[in-house]
Design a protein around this ligand. Sequence first.
Ligand SMILES: Nc1ncnc2c1ncn2[C@@H]1O[C@H](COP(=O)(O)OP(=O)(O)OP(=O)(O)O)[C@@H](O)[C@H]1O
Length: 628
Amino acid sequence: MTQFIKLLARNQLALAGGIILSIVVLVSILVPILPLQPPDVTNTADRFMAPFSEGHWLGTDHLGRDLLSRLLWGTRLSLAVGAAAAIVAAVIGSAIGIVAGYFGGTTDNVIMRGVDMLMAFPYILLALAIVAALGPGLMNALIAVAAVNIPFFARNIRGITVGIAHKEFVDAAKLAGKGHLTILTTEILPNVVPVIVIAMSTTIGWMILETAGLSFLGLGSQPPQADLGSMLGEARSALITNPHTSVVPGLMIFIIVMSINLLGDGVRDALDPRLRSGALSRPKPTTTVARQSSPPHGPGEGVLDIRELETQFHVGKRVFKAVNQVSLNIEPGECLGVIGESGSGKSVTALSVMGLVASPPGVITGGAVFHGGQDLVGARYSTLRRLRGDKVAYIFQDPLSTLHPLIRVGEQLAEAIRVHHPVGKAELRQRAIDLLNDVRIPNAESRVDSYPHEMSGGMRQRVAIAMALANEPEVIIADEPTTALDVTVQAQVLSLLDDLRREHNVAIMFITHDFGVVAQLCDRVAVMYGGQIVEQGTTDDILANPAHPYTRKLMECVPELGAGRRELAAIPGLPPAVDDLPPGCAFAPRCHKAQAECTKAPIEMTRGGGRAVRCLYPETKLVEEEPA
Ligand SMILES: Nc1ncnc2c1ncn2[C@@H]1O[C@H](COP(=O)(O)OP(=O)(O)OP(=O)(O)O)[C@@H](O)[C@H]1O
C-alpha cells in the first residue's frame, strides 16, 4: 500500500487530480454543516444576480436561488450517484465476467451473447429506454447508468479471468479439492481486483457525465432538487443572457471529471505490475551511461573486449553493483564460458555489451566495451541498432519468449536479415531454408512455414540459433541457451553450437552455471561471483587445477556419472546481496580458507601462466606471479 501511494505521488498529474478531487469530496461531505443558503428556496425578486453579488458569491439562477448553495448540494448528489452507479456496475459486471470466464463453454457463451446484445445498443439510447420504462428520477437514472456500464466490466473481467482460469495455481486448487466458490473467491478474485479497481477509476468520470446527461434531459434529478446535470438543463434558456448560470455547473463537471480521470490514470499506472517494476518509466532504447572516470583506451583486443565494466541498478536510494570492474576479451572463433551462481552478474554483463540493460534502473557507471575498434559504451543508439543482431547476436534461454508466436519461423528469419540487409523476397526464403539446414533442422523446406508452437523446445532453440547466425555475426552471446532443454537435446544443441562456431569462425560468449557445459564447449572460462570475475583461464587449466576456492566448490557441485557414490557438495550460505557487498572478497563469508585480510580491502587480480585469480589464498599458485 505504501509503495502504491509512493508510485501514485510520483505522477504529478495524478497527484494534482487526487488533491483537487479530495477537496471537492471533502466540501461535498461538509455541505450540510456549511453556512449555506437553502438551495431550493426561490426568490424571484433576486433572479439572475451576477456572481460576487452581496449574499450570493456565485450569483443566482432564474428563480433567484443561490447558485453556490445549489452547486455544492448538486455536486454532492452527482458524486454520490456517479460513485454508486460505478460500484453497482463494477460489482455486477465483474461477477458476470468472472463466472463466464471461469466456467467457460456454454455458460460463457450464453452470458457473453447477452452482454453482446446489450452492447449492440448505443449506450445513451439504452439508458433513455431504461429511464423511459422505469420513469424519470435520480434513482432510475442511477440504475440506467449502472446497467449500460455492466457490459464494459463484464467483458474486461471475463477476458482477464479466462487467462487466469487455466493457470497452474488454479489447477492446483482444483486438485486440492477446493469448490468452485472457494476458487472463485480465493484464487480468481484477488487476481482480478486490481483490474476492477483500474476499470472503475477510469470509468467513474464517465458515469458522472452520463448521469449529468440524463438529468440535463430532465430524466434524472427532478425539480426542485439540484444535481449538476439538472442545473445545466435549467440554465439552458439563459445561456446567452446569463452565462454564469451554465458556466458554474459546467466548470464543476469539468473539474470533477478531469480530476477523476487524471487520478484514474495514475491509479492504473501504479497498480499495473509491469509499470510498477519500471517505476512508471518506460526503459530507454539503450542503457544510460554515466561513467564516473575516464574510460580505458581502445582499440581493444580480439573481436570483443570488455574492460573494467561497471553496471549498476539505481533503485530509490539503493545501488545494486551488479557488474563491478569486469574485464573479458574474446578472440575470433573462440568460445568463452562465463560461469557463476544465479545473481553473480553474468546476464547483466552480457546485456551491457549492446546497451540492453533496462534504464531505468540500469546505469553503466564505468569501463568500456571495444568492438571493431570502437567503444560501444555510450555509442549512439543508431550505431548500437546497426550492430545488434548483425555483428553481435544474442541467444536467450527461452526461445518461446523470443520467437513471435503468430509469425512463421521462416518469416522471422527473413525479418532478421531484412532489418540489416536489403534482400529480395525469394532470396530471403532461400536464405531462411539454408539457415534451418545449417542448424540441422530436418525438412527445412517445409519447416520454414511452421509456427513456433508447432516445434519442440530443441527445434525452437535451433531456430533461435539460426536467427543469431542470420547475418553472419562476429560474436554470439548465448545466455544459458540450453538450460530449458532436456539433457539429450542439450547435448545436441551444444555440439551444434560447437560445429557452427568452427564453420563460421564466430566467437561465442557462453553464459552458464554448469561446469559440464563449459567442459564440453568452451576454450576459456571466466568465473563470476558477486559481480566480479574471480578467476579466468583456459578450460583445461581450470578444470584440472581450480585456483579460486569458489571455482573449486562450484566444480564439486557437479554430479559425476559413474564416479562411484559420493556425497554431493553444496556451497554453504547464500550469494551476497549486490547492494550490500562486504568489504574485500565477496566470497569470504562462505570460504573455508578465509582469513582476516580477506575482508579488509578489495582483492586485486593476480595473473600468471595465462591465468588470473582474485584470491589471497588460492588453491593453486599461478606460475610467474605478478600483481595486475
Ligand atoms: N532491475 C533490477 N533491479 C535491481 N537489481 C537487479 C535488477 N536486475 C538485476 N539485478 C541484480 O543484478 C545482479 C546480477 O543479475 P544477473 O541477472 O546478471 O545474474 P545472473 O548471474 O545472470 O543470474 P541468472 O543465472 O539467475 O540469470 C543480481 O544480484 C540481481 O539481483
